[in-house]
Design a protein around this ligand. Structure first.
Ligand SMILES: [Zn+2]
Length: 395
């Protein structure tokens, strides 16, 4: 049996599987084929929920005495978009000028390929692990994320699995390998405001109630003042109005309702509950400051609908995990990584309820783009970083 020692070969095998969410595309089988010769036991639980596609996931476990390290990630990828715009076909894994092309090369089949190679090299050098390693891999990260990491964690926990630390192999480096470890993430909530008015003739406004005026007042109340100025570990919280919709094609009609949607990325000065309460307060305050037509003093009639599931904010404070990974990165790249909480949400927000978690993978510059690609030299360096981390973590 051949061991998956070469990260580029591992990555090529994964890229050739067209695993656009929710399709497994052969990617989990390819990963299982890498891990079996290393002694991993492999399970492929499928999770379902009405209204969402069934998703196949993978949990692989290598058992030994000592700490249990989880490597987490996803083999699903976003669609390639216009395939003719790619320099090389998106599922071909073509190597050109020291780079391997393909959808998922950096987000995040590359991270998985390197971690598998690191485990293989570590085993070849050190023999059996003084501890346990598991791969917790979902096929539902880029999609609705309902039948993926959340259920996989619950499933594994119900079988008695416990972890001491986790690394998520998402691409965390903005420009060069070694730039950045993510040690936390901001939270996210989204909502829609609906203002109800009374439809009427634009020339007879006393008979109508224009909801657009009310909506503008509410949106202004949402945006001012700033939510906060940032904290020691996080950038300032941010509220973006993402759309304002009236959908009124006529110039002589006052519309019946107007809506606006917003998304908030909040830092650790808030929780999901306190940020949502703050938004309710701001809207109520703005609704009470009636800036309607003179002679009409009705408060703004609005509803606030929260959308999707809010994501919590989190910050990992595990000096051993962060310190060991930082030192490994510095030893291989010569760069001291920045410890960051920037960017969007990731599956780390679910893992943090089970064990300390950090994220470190490839350079993210081409993720989700046409011509997504990873430098072969980065794959080799990331493998060495992971291998060094394994040596120190299990020392
Ligand atoms: Zn990803």
């Amino acid at each position: 049996m051949t061991l998956p020692l070469d990260p580029a070969e591992n990555l090529a095998a994964l890229i050739r599987c067209p695993s656009v969410t929710p399709a497994e595309g052969g990617a989990l089988t390819a990963l299982a084929n890498m891990l079996k010769p290393l002694g991993f036991s492999i399970e492929r639980p499928v999770f379902s929920e009405s209204g969402t596609p069934d998703i196949e996931n993978l949990y692989a476990r290598l058992s030994g005495d000592g700490p249990h390290l989880m490597f987490a990630g996803h083999t699903d990828v976003v669609p390639p978009g216009d395939e003719s715009a790619w320099k090389h076909p998106p599922f071909s894994a073509t190597i050109d000028n020291g780079e391997i092309y393909g959808r998922g090369a950096v987000d995040m089949k590359g991270g998985i390929a390197c971690f598998a190679a690191a485990v293989a090299r570590y085993s070849a050098e050190h023999g059996p692990f003084k501890g346990s390693i598991s791969f917790l891999i979902t096929g539902d990260e880029e999609g609705p994320a309902i039948n993926g990491t959340v259920k996989l964690l619950e499933w594994a926990k119900a079988r008695g699995e416990r972890w001491d630390a986790a690394i998520v192999g998402e691409p965390t480096n903005p420009e060069r390998l070694g730039d950045m470890i993510k040690i936390g993430r901001r939270g996210s909530v989204s909502g829609t405001i609906v203002v109800h008015g009374v439809q009427g003739h634009a020339a007879y406004p006393h008979l109508a109630e224009n909801p657009v005026r009310g909506l503008v007042t509410l949106v202004e109340g949402l945006l001012d003042p700033l939510l906060d100025e940032g904290t020691q570990d996080f950038q300032p919280s941010n509220l973006e109005v993402t759309t304002i919709d009236v959908g009124n094609p006529a110039t002589n009609v006052i519309p019946a309702k107007a809506t606006a949607s917003f998304n908030i990325r909040f830092n650790d000065s808030w929780s999901e509950e306190t940020i949502m309460a703050e938004i309710h307060n701001r809207l109520d305050r703005a609704a009470a400051t009636t800036r309607l037509r003179p002679g009409r003093e009705t408060p703004i009639n609005y509803e606030l609908l929260w959308r999707d599931r809010p994501s919590p904010v989190f910050l990992t404070r595990d000096d051993k995990l962060i310190g060991t990974l930082s030192a490994s990165i510095e030893a291989v790249t010569g760069r001291k990584p920045q410890l960051s909480t920037s960017g969007g949400t990731s599956d780390a927000r679910f893992i943090k309820d089970y064990c300390p978690v950090v994220e470190f993978g490839l350079v993210g510059q081409t993720m989700h783009m046409v011509d997504e690609r990873a430098a072969l030299s980065d794959l080799e360096m990331l493998t060495r970083i992971y291998q060094r981390f394994l040596a120190d973590f299990f020392a």
